[in-house]
Design a protein around this ligand. Structure first.
Ligand code: ZN
Length: 315
């Protein structure tokens, strides 16, 4: 039997301003900042993790906000749309909320579901869909009560420069099931309750450019390090060049670029964001891995101020 990922672990994108990014994802979308750390490969830049109350796998939207960073172009070799899922009756609430913040959105239908599509300040393509599946978030912030809050990822729409190959990888490496087609999109299903429906645009897309407003990579779930070792062998067997297992503090990761040029990561569910902070104060303090701790003063000084705040429209 093929090995199966449960679905999306996290999605990581570029932003151009840390405060604007936090205002959008916490202030407007009502997600919890569950971890404030830095990009371990470029510690002069934050790495911000937003999610449900504890940033469970399948809920973590993460950003590298390069201050004043160059705008990217959404295109082939990227996640085209990041899909968030809200409780079944919550879409009218979100329509009103997007109106209140003057964020333009479009209502579209596919696979028999209604999606609200909109963009963040940097042009990152997002959408909301309402589903019964998946536990509600227990986080409430600003004008977003927990019973309307984003539960996590519903899935993603992938833009590939070689969709047939990307689809082959989803099915034969990641172990997803091809379920249906609609309006040029092919749907794949993973067994998890969140981040489990992946739509691939079946047309060959022109290559995008990385930069603010684009997704850097999509991470799939592995249970633990032992499971990840098995994934690493499978990835190599299919002819992809994979990294060694990298310590990301809150999970360990491997990375490889699939043949449609989308950067895939496989990340473990454990140990999670409570590894170094208690639940009550997740995300409040700048957390650094042990190897960066000696440079804390210098790193902190270089980072822009950042506040999680209720926005004016919600007061
Ligand atoms: Zn990642």
């Amino acid at each position: 039997m093929t090995k199966q990922t449960a679905g999306i672990h996290h999605i990581t994108a570029f932003a151009s301003d840390a405060q604007a990014n936090a205002d959008f994802y916490a202030g407007i979308l009502g997600l919890r900042l569950v971890k404030k750390t830095v990009n371990f490969d470029a510690p002069e830049v934050y790495h911000l993790y937003f999610g449900n109350e504890m940033g469970s796998p399948g809920t973590a939207m993460t950003f590298f906000p390069f201050q004043g960073g160059r705008k990217g172009r959404v295109g082939g070799g990227q996640v085209g749309y990041t899909t968030f899922v809200v409780p079944l009756d919550a879409l009218p609430f979100w329509e009103k909320r997007l109106d209140r913040f003057a964020i333009p959105y479009a209502r579209t239908e596919r696979f028999g579901e209604t999606y609200l599509q909109f963009k963040d300040w940097d042009g990152l393509q997002l959408e909301l869909v309402a589903r019964k599946q998946g536990p509600n978030s227990r986080w409430s912030f600003g004008g977003v009560p927990a019973d309307k809050a984003i539960k996590g990822f519903g899935g993603a729409v992938l833009y590939s420069i070689a969709p047939d190959k990307t689809m082959y990888t989803l099915e034969h490496l990641m172990g997803m099931e091809r379920t249906s087609e609609d309006q040029g999109l092919v749907r794949y299903k993973a067994p998890g309750e969140l981040g489990n429906l992946i739509d691939v645009n079946a047309s060959v897309m022109n290559r995008g450019h990385g930069g603010s407003g684009t997704v850097h990579h999509i991470a799939w779930r592995a249970r633990d390090v032992e499971d990840q070792e098995q994934w690493r062998s499978l990835v190599a067997e299919q002819g992809f060049q994979t990294t060694r297992i990298v310590d990301r503090q809150y999970f360990t990761s491997i990375y490889f670029r699939e043949a449609g040029e989308i950067l895939f990561e496989i990340a473990t569910d454990s140990p999670g964001f409570m590894r170094d902070e208690p639940f009550e104060t997740l995300g409040e303090k700048l957390m650094l891995p042990a190897w960066l701790e000696p440079h804390r003063a210098q790193i902190s000084e270089g980072l822009p101020p950042l506040k999680i705040r209720v926005l004016e429209e919600d007061q």
